[in-house]
Design a protein around this ligand. Structure first.
Ligand SMILES: NC(=O)NCCC(=O)O
Ligand SMILES: [Zn+2]
Ligand SMILES: [Zn+2]
Length: 467
């Protein structure tokens, strides 16, 4: 039997429009939108009606960069697919794209199957995968083609982390050449890891062991250099390029220069680079470990370039790079040696709210908020218009958002499985009230009503942002 849901009275905000419209949902999909009070809307009946008066009606967030259960630095990211997707739903995100990991010496298939097993039956919201390439070889290159057909249409390569995920320029070039043929999108962690390792060794030899040195050795110039090199390699290969977690002004400049030449180069940044800085890394004692991630937090002055990049569309996407490690028992591994602090920050629950705060603060417009957090990530990674918008035929992944509520971000109240908040005590304006995932309420008036296993694997088309 079909279920009809009606969302009445809200302001529908998409990347393209703002409409005072009611939304009719049937069997998990949006059927139609009609102006409040119009004859069409007045004629609609439904099994369930959601009152969205004085609220925004938004497409569910698409977080294209998460790491549930990622093995890193001798431990695992502390959110499972169950806890992490539940937290995402609380924060108004209805789709994640997580990174399956190929380990050195193993096939892509093995890594991907392990990720299917972790996620299957556990997710509260829909999910998809990118594939991390740690071992580019003849076999891997052939497997890339198969994965593209399976809906895994993007591949992350690392110029950082030698001995772990690192690929040298030859391997990177070969993967890019392959993606130029098979339509996959190369995502690049652009930092010169070989040079950084030299600086790490020198810093530790000088007795510089505190978390703040993580930020000092991972120099902005080494992010910019790697970004430049990745762009040139992509040009040689004739492949598009998506640079992940851009944090340095100099790296934005490289992406901007490439785009000014008309190259298909795209950039993502994350809330931590927009709202946090090296001041956090320098917090007293070992507190700075909470903010250790790579690329690292930068001095505050870099933030203006990131906001500008988001406004000018030189940066297209804000994802979280959600990769939580508990302060006690995990970040601890790096006491006395910053290079052993597991890299990553929690944030999957905070992205939509922090970006709404950016609207309130005048950094971006309301539609740009939805563009960088919902529509463009969906387009970039082949999920549009199923995800990322509210339009007839789209999945009814919809957030009822109260733009006037205020909330204080805190580990006491968040739902991520991690013992601290990177934004502890920060007041933000706006809060998720209700979330539908394919028409099913997963958050209802700030109560979790979803279930593990509701979320399904969602195969992706190739990048739709090039078209
Ligand atoms: N970003 C980070 O510090 N940890 C996750 C792994 C990565 O994205 O490089
Ligand atoms: Zn990375
Ligand atoms: Zn990441």
């Amino acid at each position: 039997m079909s279920t009809r849901t009606l969302i009445r009275g809200g302001l529908v905000v998409t990347a393209a429009d703002e409409l005072h419209a009611d939304v009719l949902i049937e069997d998990g999909r949006v059927v139609a939108l009609a102006a409040h009070g119009s004859d069409t809307a007045a004629g609609w009946t439904a099994d369930r009606t959601v009152d969205a008066t004085d609220r925004y009606v938004l497409p569910g967030g698409v977080d294209a960069h998460t790491h549930m259960e990622l093995p890193f630095g001798g431990t695992f990211a502390s959110d499972t697919f169950e806890t992490g997707t539940r937290a995402a739903a609380w924060g108004g995100t209805t789709t994640i794209v997580d990174f399956a990991v190929q380990s050195v010496g193993h096939s892509l298939r093995e890594g991907l199957d392990a990720w299917y097993a972790k996620a299957d039956g556990n997710c509260a919201i829909d999910y998809a995968f990118h594939m991390i390439l740690s071992d580019v070889n003849e076999q891997t290159l052939k497997e890339m083609d198969k994965l593209v057909h399976e809906g895994i249409t993007s591949f992350k390569l690392f110029m950082a982390y030698p001995g772990v995920f690192y690929s040298d320029d030859g391997r990177i070039l070969r993967a890019m050449q392959r993606s130029a043929d098979n339509g996959g999108l190369i995502m690049m962690h652009a930092e010169n890891g070989i040079a950084i390792d030299v600086l790490v060794e020198q810093a530790l030899a000088r007795g510089e062991t505190d978390p703040r040195y993580h930020g000092e050795v991972r120099k902005a110039l080494l992010e910019a250099e790697a970004t430049h090199r990745a762009i040139q390699l992509a040009r040689v290969a004739g492949a598009p390029l998506y640079v992940v977690h851009v944090s340095a002004e100099e790296a934005v400049a490289e992406i901007t220069a490439a785009r000014d030449k008309g190259l298909p180069v795209f950039g993502e940044t994350c809330p931590q680079y927009l709202f946090l800085s090296t001041d956090n890394l320098a917090e007293p004692g070992f507190e700075g470990a909470k903010y250790v991630c790579s690329t690292p937090l930068r001095p505050k002055e870099h933030q203006a370039a990131l906001w500008r990049g988001l406004r000018t569309n030189d940066l297209q996407v804000v994802s979280t790079d959600h990769c939580p490690f508990c302060f006690v028992g995990q970040k601890d591994l790096g006491r006395g040696d910053f290079s052993k602090i597991p890299n990553g920050l929690p944030g999957v629950e905070n992205r939509m709210d922090l970006l709404h705060q950016a609207v309130v603060d005048g950094h971006i417009s309301r539609r740009r908020w939805i563009e960088i957090a919902c529509a463009t990530p969906a387009r970039m990674f082949g999920l549009y218009p199923q995800k990322g918008t509210i339009a007839p035929g789209a999945d009814a992944d919809i957030v009822i958002y109260d733009p006037h509520a205020t909330q204080v971000l805190s580990a006491e109240t968040h739902h991520m499985n991690v013992d601290y908040s990177a934004y502890e005590g920060r007041t933000v304006t706006g809060q998720v009230e209700t979330v539908l995932s394919r028409g099913e309420p997963v958050i209802e008036q700030r109560k979790f009503t979803g279930r593990a296993g509701h979320g399904v694997f969602t195969p992706r088309a190739t990048c739709q942002y090039l078209n």
